[in-house]
Write a protein that binds this ligand. Structure first.
Ligand code: FHN
Length: 425
């Protein structure tokens, strides 16, 4: 079996993925936690099951949009906390094939995205607010957590664990090669062996040994010898780590920041607080500059359509990546300190200067005097001269720094102007 380092190789090169949260909650259109926030019972939520019919669902369109956005892998919610399965599970009737949709939405999804050349991942919620054996009363977030009706309910948690393991087995057996299994999430004592996580991961590895697993089954991925279920990558959410993520030996570990485009994972019809294409590009650069990945989320509506605002942002990000992708894919952190004007990413002897702030005068590269073989504006490969301009003659750090003159007061690309520096070996 491959080591974690061997398993994550493609992941560390692809860098940019699409997260998709989609399910029954797209109908109430108030986000995927609507059952918990509004204490909706299964009965309250049932009309959405009886109504779910995404007539405009066309995963090929989703896949084309992701590919054009420069995203190399995708993760779709096969089952979220509400317990509704987008796939034709034989272990439950609470699934898309039993709704007016009448189709296996996961089967169509994996086929469409593979057709477009993306790697495919499945998000699977280990929390299940539908399953009768999942704890309700007194739980931290179950929709029925303070409903006295469930106070003395007797459940068999091991029956839930068998169900959960069985569904993971279905997903890894019936849908071809799965590249990422994104479990979500452990909490309080609901973690690790509570899920029988060692047995689960042994089963996973016996079916698809190369699939990547996130770190949300529990355990501590930062240990020098992490638990077998501690995962292949660390999964910060709605935040970018200050630096890279290191284990207790100070060794970098793979990580992926998952971020919403507006403020919700699942479709929310009134949430128009979208991030700009510039914020998305600069977040992607920040992740890669710290040795991490960026999983950017969209929430399709009840008809299966990704909101036009999301599509417009993805398209603009893709145009930037068309020209500057060499500074992202296959890149990682540089050993150089973060410069004042932006960030560095690096791929072997190629150092990429992501200039966010034009400033005044030449762009200054601390410590790179005599180390740059040539410099090019990445977007059009136009030559940039590495020289000490007259106004820098008296500059305090002329001894170790290098300077590149950029014409004009504005940056060629105000989202992020990338200078490719080929370093002298
Ligand atoms: O509760 C979920 C939430 O709905 C969403 O799926 C995010 C995405 O990572 N994870 C959990 C919150 O941490």
């Amino acid at each position: 079996m491959k080591t974690r380092e061997e398993r994550v190789k493609w992941f560390m090169e692809d860098r940019f993925g699409l997260f998709i949260h989609w399910g029954l909650y797209s109908i109430p259109a108030r986000g995927e936690w609507v059952r918990s926030f509004e204490r909706l019972s299964i009965e309250d939520y049932q009309p959405f099951f009886e109504e779910f019919n995404p007539d405009k669902y066309n995963p090929r369109e989703w896949a084309k949009a992701a590919k054009a956005a420069g995203q190399k892998y995708v993760v779709l919610t096969a089952k979220h906390h509400d317990g509704f399965c987008l796939f034709d599970s034989k272990l439950t009737d609470y699934k898309a094939t039993n709704t007016p949709a009448g189709r296996d939405l996961i089967k169509e999804y994996v086929e469409a995205f593979r057709e477009e050349g993306l790697k495919v991942g499945l998000y699977y919620s280990i929390i299940d607010w539908y399953h009768s054996d999942f704890p309700k009363y007194g739980d931290r977030q179950h929709p029925m957590r303070d409903n006295e009706e469930f106070k003395d309910e007797v459940t068999d948690f091991s029956r839930y664990v068998s169900y959960f393991h069985g569904q993971v087995k279905e997903l890894l057996t019936n849908y071809g090669k799965i590249d990422v299994l994104w479990f979500d999430f452990s909490y309080d004592d609901m973690t690790g062996e509570k899920w029988e996580a060692t047995k689960l991961v042994e089963m996973i590895r016996s079916i698809q040994p190369d699939v990547l697993i996130d770190n949300r089954l529990g355990g501590n991925i930062k240990l020098a010898e992490p638990e077998v279920y501690a995962g292949d990558f660390y999964s910060p959410e709605q935040i970018i780590p200050v630096g890279g993520i290191l284990n207790e030996n100070g060794e970098p570990i793979p990580w992926e920041a998952c971020i919403t485009l507006n403020d919700h994972w699942g479709y929310h019809s009134r949430d128009l607080n979208y991030k700009s294409p510039k914020q998305v590009v600069r977040t992607l650069v920040e992740c890669v500059s710290k040795g991490g990945n960026f999983l950017l989320n969209v929430g399709p509506d009840a008809r299966g359509v990704i909101p036009e605002q999301s599509l417009a942002i993805l398209a603009k990000v893709g145009k930037w990546l068309d020209k500057n992708g060499d500074s992202i894919y296959g890149c990682t952190a540089s050993s150089l300190a973060k410069p004042e004007w932006g960030r560095y990413t690096q791929k072997g002897r190629f150092l990429y200067a992501h200039v966010f702030d034009r400033g005044i005068g030449p762009i200054y590269f601390q410590g790179l005097k005599g180390k740059i073989k040539k410099a090019r504006l990445l977007a059009d490969s136009s030559e940039l001269k590495v020289e000490v301009p007259w106004m820098a003659e008296q500059y305090s750090d002329i001894e170790s720094g290098a300077f590149i003159h950029l014409a004009g007061a504005a940056l060629p690309d105000e989202m992020d102007t990338v200078i490719e520096l080929e370093l002298i070996d």
